[in-house]
Design a protein around this ligand. Structure first.
Ligand SMILES: Cc1cc2nc3c(=O)[nH]c(=O)nc-3n(C[C@H](O)[C@H](O)[C@H](O)COP(=O)(O)OP(=O)(O)OC[C@H]3O[C@@H](n4cnc5c(N)ncnc54)[C@H](O)[C@@H]3O)c2cc1C
Ligand SMILES: NC(=O)c1ccc[n+]([C@@H]2O[C@H](COP(=O)([O-])OP(=O)(O)OC[C@H]3O[C@@H](n4cnc5c(N)ncnc54)[C@H](OP(=O)(O)O)[C@@H]3O)[C@@H](O)[C@H]2O)c1
Length: 242
């Protein structure tokens, strides 16, 4: 299938740290559901190099927004980080993905659990009406290496989400230490969120580092949860970033 590419224009490239950036792009109208991703691309050495990026903006916003980390050895992300207002960015015309609330069954508590830039799809979901209409509690969990990488805090605090952060490589007041799976296993995560994490009450959406997805899924299975599939409903929905 040949790709249909839209040519967007960068309006802003915000740098949160030396490694983290958020691109805003105009002029590439695409229809999608919050939680989905789209391939974005640059022409590098005569070839179009494309990678999946989750929408940060909710579907109703005309400006697209993407949240990225520089993988120094990667072909695309270091170049995306250098884009400036006025530069062109190609956006594929076919958003996709199943990390969406339309794929999630009803529950009392929705857990949105991310490492690193895996936060992106949840920022879109939090700015739609569905989570607030459908779930009594919404918990956003964000794990990063350093406290300076806790991006989008202001936006998150403007929502009604319970917000739990992990900082793994330095001491950070107000954040949990260590990793998400261990805190699921020993009860620290639900204690910090103030709501139970149980199959009777919860659906968990996980996004980011594939090893975190595996380890967290194992910890949730040990608590009686199971992977969600359309034909066999469960409690765990995942999206791996690599
Ligand atoms: C469905 C989906 C959605 C995605 N959404 C986003 C997003 O919103 N923001 C984003 O930054 N990336 C996202 N990614 C990853 C993205 O597609 C690229 O892989 C990433 O931007 C690096 O591109 P690259 O060409 O520089 O390196 P690549 O050759 O693509 O990656 C090289 C290596 O970098 C590491 N890596 C890749 N992505 C990340 C990451 N996000 N965080 C930490 N390490 C990583 C992995 O070890 C990977 O093998 C998503 C991937 C998928 C599959
Ligand atoms: N973040 C940086 O300081 C930095 C700097 C330069 C370049 N980069 C590039 O960015 C990429 C890494 O980005 P990132 O820091 O956003 O992602 P990351 O390595 O996935 O780390 C994000 C968070 O996920 C945690 N994590 C990792 N594996 C886990 C597992 N199995 N279970 C549970 N939690 C787990 C990490 O904890 P741990 O700390 O315990 O691993 C950290 O808290 C690399 O390619 C690197 O080259 C990052």
């Amino acid at each position: 299938m040949s790709d249909k590419w839209l040519t967007g224009t960068v309006t802003e490239n915000r740098h949160w740290t030396d490694n983290l950036f958020s691109l805003r792009v105009k002029g590439a109208p695409v229809a999608f559901e919050a939680g989905q991703f789209v391939r974005i691309a640059l022409d590098i050495g005569g070839e179009r190099v494309a990678r999946a990026f989750s929408f940060v903006n909710p579907p109703q916003d005309a400006l697209l927004e993407f949240y990225g980390v520089i993988v120094p050895e990667g072909p695309l992300s270091p170049r995306l980080a250098k884009l400036e207002p006025g530069d062109a960015l190609y956006v594929a015309g076919n958003p996709a993905g199943f990390l969406t609330l339309s794929e999630v069954p009803d529950a009392e508590t929705l857990w949105l659990v991310a490492t690193g830039t895996g936060l992106a799809p949840f920022l879109a979901i939090l700015r739609t009406e569905a989570p607030w209409r459908r779930f009594r509690n919404v918990v956003l969990v964000h794990a990063v290496r350093h406290a300076s990488e806790l991006a989008y805090q202001e936006l998150i605090r403007q929502t009604r989400a319970r917000y739990v952060t992990f900082v793994s490589r330095e001491a950070a007041p107000g954040s949990l230490a260590g990793r998400i799976p261990a805190a699921i296993a020993d009860g620290r995560l639900e204690q910090a969120a103030g709501v139970p994490l149980a199959p009777e009450t919860s659906h968990v959406m996980l996004c980011g580092n594939p090893q975190m997805l595996k380890d967290a899924t194992a910890a949730l299975i040990a608590r009686g949860m199971r992977k969600h599939r359309r034909r066999t409903p469960g409690h765990i929905t995942v999206e791996s970033f690599w």
